[in-house]
Design a protein around this ligand. Structure first.
Ligand SMILES: Nc1nc2c(ncn2[C@@H]2O[C@H](COP(=O)(O)OP(=O)(O)OP(=O)(O)O)[C@@H](O)[C@H]2O)c(=O)[nH]1
Ligand SMILES: [Mg+2]
Length: 238
């Protein structure tokens, strides 16, 4: 059993996954990986199964007829907790979240309960994104901070390690959002429920393989959901 399970949601990541998983496992012997694949048309699920066949520290959760980052994480967290993980990490499959940061994230979470990588703690540490994408993300962050009052430098970030008690404390199963809004709501809950979040800077690098799943619908969901979060936070209905 792995003490720390890195949950990696995948949708069409067949080029990235075989390169990423060995890099993740090499960081620490206490790390295991849980891939949550939503029947990717490019066969990522089969690639993940082959990796799991060769390496006992890798498991795969296949989901059918269901899609979305938020629900993939909800199912993935539940699975990781059932497997007995003490620490749970969230990580993208596209190398935007560097595997070398994992030891620092894990050490931070052991100390405070939650440690997250931030793109905006030391200036703007985003590499290779077109300027319009950087501006959208940066001002999106300012907007979310402004509406929700969250004291975090990267309110839309999703590269983090959490202790299992933290996941229970924030009632992650109640998060309704998908897309980016899932990460925003998770961050909001961490702050709302008084979790001590340690932020550390990292260089977020744009994907070189595969394609983005970002859509206008995902962006719009984030825009309106922050108002719902603010209202529910004020009413104590989280
Ligand atoms: N299981 C599952 N994973 C998803 C889904 N949508 C996105 N992902 C995964 O979530 C992670 C983040 O998605 P990305 O496509 O990188 O989205 P992004 O980071 O907002 O966009 P770019 O990095 O610009 O491409 C990746 O590992 C995706 O494969 C989904 O519906 N289901
Ligand atoms: Mg990405």
């Amino acid at each position: 059993m792995s003490r720390c399970i890195v949950v990696i949601p995948t949708y069409n990541e067949c080029e990235n996954l075989p390169l990423l998983i060995p890099r993740v496992l090499a960081q620490d012997s206490e790390i295991g990986v849980l891939v949550v694949d939503d029947a990717s048309p490019d066969g990522t699920g089969d690639v993940a199964d082959a990796l799991a066949h060769d390496e006992a520290r890798v498991t795969v959760l296949h989901r059918e007829g269901n899609r979305g980052l938020g629900s993939a994480y909800r199912d993935g967290f539940q699975h990781a907790l059932e497997q007995g993980a003490e620490l749970v990490v969230q990580m993208d499959a596209d190398f935007s979240h560097p595997p070398d940061l994992l030891p620092e994230l894990i050490a931070g979470a052991k100390q405070t309960g939650c440690c997250m990588g931030s793109r905006y703690l030391k200036g703007i540490t985003v590499v290779n994104w077109p300027i319009e994408r950087i501006l959208l993300s940066y001002f999106g962050n300012v907007y979310v901070r402004w509406i929700t009052g969250m004291k975090l430098s990267d309110t839309t970030g999703g590269f983090r390690c959490m202790h299992r008690d933290v996941l229970s404390r924030i009632h992650y199963q109640r998060i309704r959002a998908d897309g980016y809004a899932f990460q925003i709501e998770l961050n909001f809950r961490l702050i709302h429920f008084g979790v001590d979040v340690l932020e550390i800077p990292f260089f977020f690098v744009d994907r070189t393989q595969g394609t983005s799943k970002m859509t206008p619908r995902i962006g719009l969901e984030a825009l309106w959901r922050v108002w719902v979060l603010r209202a529910r936070g004020l009413l104590g209905r989280l």
